[in-house]
Design a protein around this ligand. Sequence first.
Ligand code: ZN
Length: 540
Amino acid sequence: MSPARRAVVVFASTLLTSCGDDAVGVGEGTTSTGTTGTSDVESSSGSPPAETSSTAIADESSSSGAPVDVPLEYARGVRLTRLVANQGMQIDLTVDGVDVDPADYPVRFITGRRTLVRAFWSLHASFTPRELVGRLEVTYPDGTVRVDDRPAMVAGVSEDNGPSFQWLLEPDDVRPGMRLRAYALEPDPSIATGELSEPPPLLPYGGAIELPLVDSAFEMEVVLVPVLHQLDGCEQAPVPTEQDVLALAHDLEQNNALQHANVTVGEPMPYTAPIGGQDMGFSPILAALAIRRDQDSPPDNVYYYGLLDSCDGFPGGLLGQALGIPEALPELANQRVATGRWQGSGAAAAETFTHEVGHSQGRRHITCSGGEGGPELDYPHDNGRIGSWGFGIHDFELRPPTKARDYMTYCANAFVSDYGWEKTLDVIETLTGWGDADIAPPDARVLMGIVHDDGKAVWWTARGTVPAEDGASIDARVVWTIEGLEHTTAVRQDALPDAPRGERGIVITAALPEFATAATSVRLSLSDGREIAVDRAALR
Ligand SMILES: [Zn+2]
C-alpha cells in the first residue's frame, strides 16, 4: 500500500462524514474504526473468491503489504440490494438485485476520474446492529484484482441519503474494462446472528459487472484574467492565490466530465472605463477580454475568464456574463470568453465561474427561478432539478436530485445535472482532441460586436470565420461602403447570455471584406429592420 493510498483511506473514512445543510456527507452511518485496507493482487485462477463453494472468503488485504490469509465469512441476516457508481452523477448498476440495462444509464462515465461506489443493504428482522466489512472487488482485463475492504456500522435503513457500504476509486484505478462486485462480510463470525441470505450478500448476483467508460482525454484550459480597474484614482484587481485558483479548478472538475481542469492566471488587464456606472452590463469588458484573447492568440480550445473587482460597483444584479454560446467549432474560439465578479475569493467566485464558462461550452440556461433568459426547451426535469444523485469528487458531498439545481439555472444549490453532464462531455472531448493545435484559419478575421436593445453597441475584430455550416442570418448583414461602392457580408447572430434587465442583447460575427479598413461607412442591417452604425475605429 502506497503512502498516497493510505492518505486517501484516512481522508475517505474521516472527512466524508462532514455534511452541509443542503448536502449529505457520504460517510454517514460509517465509522472510522476498525481495519480498512486495499490491495492489488494478481488473480491466478481468474475466478473471484466468492465463486468458491465455501462461504469463507480470503482476506487479501493487510496493512503491512504482505498478504495475510484471514478468512472472512459472508455476513448473516443481511442482503445487498443496490449497487451504484458516481463520478459526479450517479449510475445505478444493480437495483433490487437486477442489473440495469446500460442503455438506461443516465450518463456516461470516463476513465481516469475519481469514482464513488456504494452498496445498499436490507436487514432481516433478526439482524443485530454491528460493524460489517464491505468488500469491493475490482477486476481488470489483465487479470489484476483490486480488493478494497471498508468497515461500516450496519443498522437501520440503507439509502442514498443514509448509510451504505462505500468505496472511493482514485483516478488511476478507473480504467477501461474494469468490473465491479461488492460483498458484505462478517469481521467476527463468533458474534454473527441470523441466517445467511439466499443468495448471499453480494452484488451483482451473476458475477462482476462492467463499468462502461469513455476512454479518452477530458481536459479544459482556462486562463483567468484579473481585470485591473483604474478609475478616478482608484486602482484594484483581484489577486488570486494558489488556493483560489484550485477552488475554481475544483468547481469546474466537480461539475464537468473532466480528468483535469488546467486553470492558470494571466497578466492583469488594465481597464479604465466605468463598470458600475454605465448601462451595457459587462459587454464593454467582454469586448476588452475578447481583444485580449485575440492578442494572446492561445490555442482554439482555451477559455478566457475575466475576474472583476470594480472601483465603482456593478450593474444591478449582474454576477457574470459570457460572450455568446458557441458550438464546439474552432472558428468560434473568439467566443470562448466570459467574465464574473470576484467576490473576494476563488471559492466565492466559483459558482458564477462555472455557470459562465458553461455558456462558453455551449450551454444555454435551464429554467428554475423564471429569470433565466433563452432557456433550453428539452430539459427533462422540473424546476431545474439535476435528475440523479450528485457527488462532489473534491468536497465529497452528495446532492439529492430533488434539492440541487442545474448550474445553468439562477437557483441556489447549483450542481451538474445528468443532462448538463452529457451535453458538455462531448464538447470537452472535442476541444481536448484539438490539443494545442491552431485549427482555425490563422489569417482570417471577423468583425465582432455586441448590440443591445437600445442600439448601443461595442465593436472589435478577432481571428476567426463565420462557420460555413452555421445558419448565419440571411436577413441580417453588414453593409460596407468602400470607394463609393456598397459591399454586404453575412452575419451570424448569437444571443448574449445573462443580459441585464431581461433585454436580449445579440452577439454579431461578420466576415470582413477586402479593404475593410478603407470603408467610409459601415452599418449593421438587422432582420428586425434596425440599422446600427459600426464604429470604424474598431477596424484599425
Ligand atoms: Zn447565464
